[in-house]
Structures are given as C-alpha cells and as structure tokens.
Design a binder for this molecule. Structure first.
Ligand code: ASP
Ligand code: MG
Length: 425
C-alpha cells in the first residue's frame, strides 16, 4: 500500500484535479491512501474569514462576504468538474460553515480557528473523491478526524499515537475500495472536536498514515521537481537534490526548509519508509528520494555529506527576556524559559544569552507569545524588540544576498563549520 499526498497547488482548479485523477489512475490496481490539502490558497482565505469573525462576531458581514466569495470559487471548480451536476455534500459543507459563523460566540479563538479553517480540507476531499468516483476510480472518503487523534492544543494538535494507530488501522480496514481519499492537516480530539496540525501540516498527516498502515512508501506530489537546495522563488541558483538521508532531510526541515513539513520525517524514519518528493506536472522526473543511509556510503567517500542548501525564514520576532529582579541569568532560568517555550509551542530559531537578558527568535504568532508571557510573568519580563526579522541559514556555499535581504540590516551572525546563520531586521 502506498500513501500519496497532494497539496493545495495540485488541486487548485478543475484541470489540476483532473491531473490528480490521471496520476492516481496511472497507478492501476495499487492500494492507495490519498491525503489531500485544501484547494489552492483556501486555508489563507479561511484564516481571513476567521479574523473577520473575531472582530465582529456572528454579525460580521465581512466574514459572510468572504465566505460567499470562497464558495463561488469552489462552485466554479465543481461545476467544471461535474458539468453542472453538483454533489449536495459540497453545498452542505458551506451551509454548515455559514451557520457556524452565524450562531457562534467568540469564546476560544483558537478553537474557532480550527472549526473554520478545517473546512478547506473537508470540501476539497469531497470534490476530489466525488470526481474520482464519477470517473471510475472508485474510492472511500475517510473522515480523518475519526482516525488521527490529538490533544486540545488547537492550531497545532499534538498526536496521540497509541489511539491514532488503533483507530486509523481499524478505520482503514473498513474501507472496501482500493483507493481511500482523506484530509490532510486535520485531526480530532477524543471528545470529537476538530483540530488542525499546524499550517502546511498535510505532509505530516500523510506520514502518520504511512506509519500507522506500514506503507511501502509515501509520495508527496508537488509543483517543484523535488527537494531543491533553496526555495526557487527566492533564490535563482536552487538545484534539485536527488537523494537525501532522513537525517539530512531532518536537518533541512529543522532549519525551516518548507518543502516538507518539519514533523514529516520522524515517523517515516522510525519505520524506514521511503519518502519520494516529485512533480505532479512533470511525471517523467523521478524527484527526490529520502531514505535510510545506504550501507558503505560513509563519510570517507563523501556520499553522506550534507549537500549545500539555503533556507530563508521571515515574519520572525525577537524576544528579549529579562528577570524581574534584574539578577544575572542562571542555568535554571534558562531551563524554565525553555520548558515554558515547549509548553506553549513556541520554537526558538536562534538564541543569544547576555548577562542580564536572553534573546530568542521565534515565529511572530501573537497568541503563542502571549501565552509564553503569561507562563513566565511571575519572574520574567518579555518584550518583543523586533517583529519583522528574517533568518538566513546557508550551508556550504557562498551566496549573493537577494534584494529582499540586502535592503535589511544584519543583526547577528553565527558560523559553525559549514553552516552560517544570519539574523536580519
Ligand atoms: N491547507 C493547509 C495549509 O495550507 C495544510 C497544508 O496545505 O498542508 O496550511
Ligand atoms: Mg498548503
């Protein structure tokens, strides 16, 4: 059994969905679990609806206007695919979202986020599943919220692996068709609430399926020819990497390479399931294979060397943490700060210790920074001293700074062996 993951770009319009159907059909009688993301930029559009709803609550005309726009875009795609004969299930999802918005009080903002934003995958998978069914690719539509269980950390549910493994294999056994279509990015709590796994989390969903079902391999179909040494939209010298070990791939995603979601590799690594990243538009190209290190390719012959890569992150905030009583920082202070970071799901991309302060570069997500401040407020003061920082990580190459970085100021720089990190603001 193979797991496929199709991201937003691969289902962005009717011809893209037809292309997905052609790819699936080219795998003949294989058993496939197909994990699908929301169409195109739907998740961003749903985030805007959520923001509008937070501002004005259930009377938000803006939320309803944006919802109507998103609905029309989906109906356009659906009517092209189904020649006007629209499946009710798609309209029902929109009606459900509309009544959710119109009846809800804004209580837990992050809970509401997951209920609204999850609709993108619910709708896209219904469209894809229906299209395949109508074109003789008979499939089961599986509700992933009954398979992948998470805690109640809305917006980045943490997977309950024991429960997920049991439920997921049981649910898969009940699917009688060779093709199963399911949602990326979503999970459910034990109480039946919808959660999401973090932006761009569909790759991770696919890895969870591959792990729990002991898949032969996982293929992520993308709009790029595979894993590149840099984001080709930002750096002109991006080159295809044919092969990576899990450790190398983890190193790239750890530094923020967006080509694969950073949580994807670990479950695959644990069961030595190969990951193939390849183009959905150029089917001749084999893409990148990420697999265990092959034997006999140790450092001596150079094959296990990390290939050169560049990762650029933006939208980062620099936090300055000081003690309330102005004493110098102790190791115990650092320990409590890191525990609080972990508990509030903040990730430090870069850090610097000074005598009386600790600087941490994190994603600028206000709600996470706020929870960090709350947890630490008894002993520490947290200030956001810059909110528009970039981090450039370069491994083993000389680069000319692209314009969007050359216009910023370099703030901190760290070089360790072949790896160089620079913070800009
Ligand atoms: N649709 C979600 C997002 O755009 C998940 C994903 O695409 O992986 O973040
Ligand atoms: Mg996406």
């Amino acid at each position: 059994m193979k797991v496929f993951k199709f991201g937003g770009a691969s289902v962005k319009d009717a011809s893209a969905v037809k292309n997905v159907s052609n790819i699936i059909s080219s795998f003949g009688n294989e058993q496939l679990v197909v994990v699908v993301s929301a169409m195109g930029k739907t998740t961003n559009a749903l985030e805007e609806i959520w923001k509008a709803f937070l501002k004005e609550g259930k009377d938000s005309l803006e939320a309803l206007r944006l919802l109507e726009k998103l609905k029309l875009e989906h109906l356009d795609i659906a009517s092209e695919l189904f020649e006007g004969n629209l499946p009710d299930s798609i309209l029902e999802e929109f009606a459900h979202l509309r009544s959710f918005i119109a009846s809800r009080k804004v209580l837990n903002e992050q809970f509401i986020y997951d209920q609204i934003v999850s609709k993108g995958e619910m709708i896209s998978t219904k469209i894809v599943s229906e299209y395949l069914n109508r074109n003789e690719l008979l499939n089961n539509w599986l509700d992933v919220r009954d398979c992948i269980f998470t805690n109640r950390n809305f917006r980045e549910g943490i997977v309950d692996w024991d429960r997920t493994e049991k439920q997921l294999s049981a649910a898969y056994k009940n699917c009688e068709k060779d093709i199963v279509i399911t949602q990326g990015f979503l999970g459910g709590t034990a109480e039946g609430m919808t959660t999401t796994l973090g932006r761009e989390g569909s790759d991770y969903s696919a890895a969870i399926f591959a792990y729990c079902l002991n898949a032969e391999d996982l293929t992520i179909w993308k709009d790029v020819p595979g894993v590149l040494s840099a984001d080709p939209r930002k750096f002109t010298r991006a080159q295809l990497i044919n092969k990576l070990s899990y450790q190398q791939a983890m190193q790239m995603t750890y530094h923020g390479a967006k080509v694969i979601h950073h949580k994807t590799i670990k479950p695959l690594f644990e069961k030595a399931i190969p990951l193939i990243v390849r183009s959905f538009s150029d089917l001749e190209k084999p893409g990148t294979v990420i697999c265990p290190k092959s034997k006999g390719t140790g450092r001596k012959n150079g094959n296990s060397e990390m290939p050169p890569f560049i990762v650029h992150l933006n939208g980062l905030a620099m936090l300055r943490i000081t003690r309330k009583n102005a004493l110098p920082f102790s190791e115990n202070d650092l320990a409590s700060i890191y525990v609080a970071m972990g508990n509030t799901y903040n990730h430090a991309h870069f850090s610097l210790r000074e005598a009386d302060a600790f600087l941490l570069l994190v994603d600028y997500q206000e709600f996470r920074i706020q929870s960090l401040s709350q947890v630490l407020e008894e002993h520490f003061v947290i200030q956001v001293i810059e909110r528009d920082c970039d981090l450039l990580t370069v491994h083993d190459q000389d680069i000319v700074l692209p314009d969007f970085l050359a216009s910023k100021r370099q703030w901190m720089n760290l070089k360790t062996g072949k790896l160089e990190q620079t913070v800009f603001y």
